[in-house]
Design a protein around this ligand. Structure first.
Ligand SMILES: [Ca+2]
Ligand SMILES: [Ca+2]
Length: 286
């Protein structure tokens, strides 16, 4: 049942007794029982005793940016429900909700998940007695009040980096990049191999970058090219958006042997028939 303020209650019948007169005693008489019987007699009068417990329904909802991520997120719970303590923990995936009927101040906290940041924590409904702490990833809900619905949104940043020919600017593959941030494991990505998300040759997209300052370094040039500038490039992943950051394109120059290829036109047929990847000569053509 719900009162005029929106506070919900749960009624627990504690005992039943035959009415000794025309009104019920304020406290259950000694012969009260917990059996609930309703003999349908014409003049049945009985006294029913119960307890109204204020119940506050808390809904915890998980959302991810980008939407629909397959990851699962762990929560630690601390508090009580009408039926006993809250479970110590739970895990939720994108669009999942968990509903609890609390009867005491309760805290719901999300643990850190690698590659994700908690970018938003907001509650709607009756937010009286509700405290959110985005930095700590917790929401504390007081015992009294109406129902409240809290959404934990986790965001995964990303970056796009391109590899272009220094002469002409065409996209070239396949380079390898190392993404680094202090305190995080380095992410090494070779173009068009996992975890590159962009199938375009010459363009690499990575996810799982927590907000903050990152560096990206080209660690291996495409075949036939040399790294023009081995220094790391710094970029910033903003909080609260899943849109990947575009890092200025890296450019590499063709290796001398490739650049001078036109001069090799007079070479023998066997010399010209080379494996372009390794540079090694291949068996002579028939
Ligand atoms: Ca979603
Ligand atoms: Ca690619």
């Amino acid at each position: 049942m719900t009162d005029a303020t929106g506070q919900r209650y749960r009624l627990t019948i504690t005992s039943v007794a035959k009415a000794p007169g025309t009104s019920c005693p304020a406290t259950p008489p000694a012969n009260a029982t917990d059996a609930f019987v309703t003999p349908e007699r014409q003049e049945t009068t009985g006294c029913v005793y119960g307890i109204l417990d204020p119940v506050r329904q808390v809904v915890i909802e998980k959302q991810t940016l980008p939407d629909g991520a397959p990851d699962r997120f762990a929560f630690d719970l601390d508090g009580s429900t009408v039926d006993g303590p809250l479970p110590a923990s739970t895990t939720l995936g994108d669009d999942d909700t968990a509903t609890y009927e609390i009867d005491g101040s309760s805290t719901f906290g999300e643990r850190d998940t690698a590659g994700w940041s908690l970018s938003d924590l907001s509650c709607t409904g009756d937010t009286s007695g509700v405290r959110t702490d985005l930095a700590a990833g917790t929401v504390t809900v007081g015992a009294e009040g109406g129902d409240v619905h809290c959404v934990f949104t986790n965001t995964q940043g990303g970056a796009i980096v391109e590899k272009r020919d220094a002469d002409g600017g065409a996209l070239i593959g396949t380079a390898t990049f190392r993404f680094e941030r202090p305190g995080r494991p380095a992410i090494v990505v070779t173009d068009n191999q996992a975890p590159d998300l962009d199938p375009t040759v010459g363009r690499v997209e990575v996810r799982g970058l927590v907000p903050g300052e990152w560096t990206v370094t080209e660690t291996a040039a495409p075949d036939g090219y040399r790294i023009d500038d081995p220094r790391p490039v710094t970029f910033t992943v903003p909080a609260g958006t899943a849109t990947p950051v575009r890092v200025p394109a890296f450019t590499d120059s063709r290796l001398l042997s490739e650049a001078l290829r036109p001069q090799a036109r007079g070479a023998s047929r066997r010399q010209r028939h080379r494996d372009r990847r390794t540079g090694r000569g291949l068996p002579a053509l028939a």
